[in-house]
Design a protein around this ligand. Structure first.
Ligand code: NAD
Ligand code: ZN
Length: 352
């Protein structure tokens, strides 16, 4: 049996806007839970929204954030079945738990469960060394998969993979990724490529441009800060200048949510994924009708989406630049994130 310490390091939010690195007790798992020794955890922009209280949704306080945790199962409750064993590798995702019996859970839409529990939001998350998680919802990670690389798949990867499926785009078609230089955006470029889609990246800065075009397979890059007319430039970069077949909005600003309907191709689909504070969608009614545009939201993924997204990664199809820092350095990562300076994803090593 692995030795489980009484105390551990964690990043705790005591009040909105600030996080404190300190030692706290290690919890014991309940009957339907496992205890995961988190080795690496990604930092998602959602964690920053949670820190600042950006959304009209109550969060736990004090709170331990984080929901891209990859690690090793070190203890399990009495009701946990044989399919997950001590020593197995597991992932803690945003969807921590759901009732598994409501209308939505019955139809594998468990993120829509009215009783859903959210890691790093309504329950403590992965910015700690030992995290309790519901056995039914932890992702199973094969032992040959590196835990640092797979961590960002657990939210960013699953979410964009689901969003691409929701877009209905078919192999050979073009998808615009808006916010392509961030964590979700970088993942979206890679999943889209693996799914046989052409991609068009929208973000800003030379680092992100270089990453999108030269590392992640985008066929064009539109810099929203330099472009005089984003709508025109996106249309010009798309097949026969008629716009991309789908748009994945993973940006953290409102403006692109008000532009996408203008450049999406007739019959195309706009998928909203990013959650900028207080933002509203806008689209001209006339062109939405005469272009037969679909506009929809997409929210994380179910357990099957998770398993499929991890399978893409384990086959070596998904490669995004990850930057490493220690769990103790979370505040510095947030500072960079606020400034939009992170190309790709930060992954924290919980031993530092
Ligand atoms: P990130 O900070 O890593 O990336 C955001 C990117 O958006 C940055 O590269 C930034 O430069 C870019 N951006 C800002 N303004 C833009 C504009 N006007 N046009 C184009 N790009 C612009 O953030 P992330 O971790 O990738 O998360 C992105 C968003 O997705 C967050 O709001 C997060 O909460 C949300 N999210 C939603 C779900 C879901 O289930 N729907 C899941 C995870 C994250
Ligand atoms: Zn996330």
């Amino acid at each position: 049996m692995p030795e489980i310490p009484e105390k551990q390091w964690a990043q705790v939010i005591e009040k909105s806007g600030s996080v404190e690195y300190k030692q706290i007790p290690v919890r014991k798992p309940g009957p339907d839970e496992v205890l995961v020794n988190i080795k690496y955890t990604g930092v998602c922009h959602t964690d920053l929204h949670a820190l600042n209280g950006d959304w009209p949704l109550d969060r736990k306080m004090p709170l331990i954030g984080g929901h891209e945790g990859a690690g090793v199962v070190v203890a399990k409750g009495d009701l946990v079945g044989d399919d997950i064993q001590i020593g197995d590798h597991a992932g803690v995702k945003w969807l921590h738990g759901s009732c598994l019996s409501c209308d939505f859970c019955q139809q594998a839409d468990e993120p829509l469960c009215p009783k859903a529990l959210l890691s790093g939001y309504t329950v403590d998350g992965t910015f700690q060394q030992y995290c309790v998680a519901k056995a039914a919802h932890v992702s199973r990670i094969p032992k040959n998969v590196p835990l640092d690389g797979v961590a960002p798949v657990l939210c960013a990867g699953i979410t964009v993979y689901k969003g691409l499926k929701e877009s209905g785009a078919r192999p050979g078609q073009t998808v615009a990724i808006v916010g392509a230089g961030g964590g979700l955006g970088a993942m979206a470029l890679q999943y889209a490529k693996a799914m046989g889609l052409r991609t068009l990246a929208i973000d800003t800065g030379d680092d992100k441009k270089d990453m999108c075009l030269n590392k992640l397979g985008a066929s064009a890059f539109v810099d929203f800060a330099k472009s005089k007319d984003v709508v025109k430039d996106v249309m010009a970069a798309s097949p026969d200048n008629l716009g991309p077949h789908a748009v994945l909005l993973v940006a953290v600003a409102e403006k692109p949510f008000q532009q996408a309907a203008e450049y999406v191709r007739p019959r195309g689909t706009v998928v909203c994924i990013g959650l900028p504070a207080g933002a509203y969608l806008k689209a001209p009614v006339f062109s939405t009708v005469v272009k037969m545009i679909s506009i929809k939201g997409s929210y994380v993924g179910n357990r099957q989406d998770g398993a499929e997204a991890i399978d893409f990664f384990s086959r070596g199809l998904i490669n995004i630049p990850i930057k490493k820092a220690g769990l103790s350095e979370l505040s510095d990562v947030y500072d960079k994130m606020k400034k939009g300076e992170i190309a790709g994803r930060y992954v924290l090593d919980t031993s530092k």
